[in-house]
Design a protein around this ligand. Structure first.
Ligand SMILES: Cc1cc2nc3c(=O)[nH]c(=O)nc-3n(C[C@H](O)[C@H](O)[C@H](O)COP(=O)(O)O)c2cc1C
Length: 200
């Protein structure tokens, strides 16, 4: 628990929100479908605009045929640690929703996918595993190599793995790999008007 000393909640909240963090130190051990699908199931229950559920997940486990392709699409800086993940997951969102009048743009598709990611990350943590989102990857490469249709936004890659000791990381990454803090609530929340600490 001492590594979480930089994380002090300002209010009494459930421990999961503080103890989840995105370690880069991962063991590379295999992850079961049971664990993985528990996290997808948690994601499935996220809220979304008109209950449209626009999130889509494409996963690759490290022992699968698709793994080298997935890892190659992650940029070099992230590949250094993500190579030890147990699964890489591409999160997409569907930009349109079906209505009786036909397909209509869904303004909240990315927002909704973010809610699903949050459920996914928290459930994975509760299962004793770890997630780290990756925005640094080859989006054009993903679209072409996985044949993603244009009506799907490419959101993020999620690395899932079992937390390991920092010594599995190359030296420059070791000391920085620790739980981060957060800005105070006064920077984030205002009562009735635009009034945030430090804002113009
Ligand atoms: C959309 C998104 C993109 C991210 N991209 C990267 C990335 O490319 N590489 C990386 O190491 N971490 C990435 N992260 C992880 C964040 O840096 C991390 O979640 C943030 O610093 C908060 O730390 P915590 O998750 O440990 O609480 C990303 C996170 C999100 C949500």
């Amino acid at each position: 628990m001492s590594e979480l000393s930089s994380r002090k909640p300002l209010h009494d909240i459930e421990p999961v929100f503080i103890s989840r963090w995105s370690t880069k130190a991962l063991s590379g051990e295999p992850i079961s479908d049971d664990t993985l699908f528990k996290s997808f199931e948690a994601a499935r229950w996220a809220p979304s605009g008109s209950n449209s559920q626009p999130w889509r997940f494409i996963y690759s486990k490290r022992d699968s045929e698709s793994w080298p392709r997935f890892l190659e699409l992650v940029n070099e800086r992230n590949r250094v640690w993500a190579a030890n993940a147990s699964a890489l997951i591409l999160l997409l969102s569907k930009k349109n929703r079906e209505t009786p009048e036909g397909a209509r743009p869904l303004r909240s598709h990315s927002f909704d996918a973010g809610a699903a990611w949050s459920n996914f990350a928290n459930q994975t943590h509760l299962s004793g595993w770890s997630t780290r989102a990756i925005g640094g990857f080859d989006r054009d490469g993903v679209r072409s190599s996985l044949s993603i249709p244009d009506e799907y936004e490419i959101e993020v890659v999620i690395a899932v793995g079992k937390p390991a000791d920092n010594s599995v990381l190359p030296e420059p990454l070791q000391s920085a790999n620790k739980p981060s803090g957060r800005v105070p609530l006064s920077d984030l929340v205002a009562d009735g008007r635009f009034a945030f600490a430090g804002a113009e």
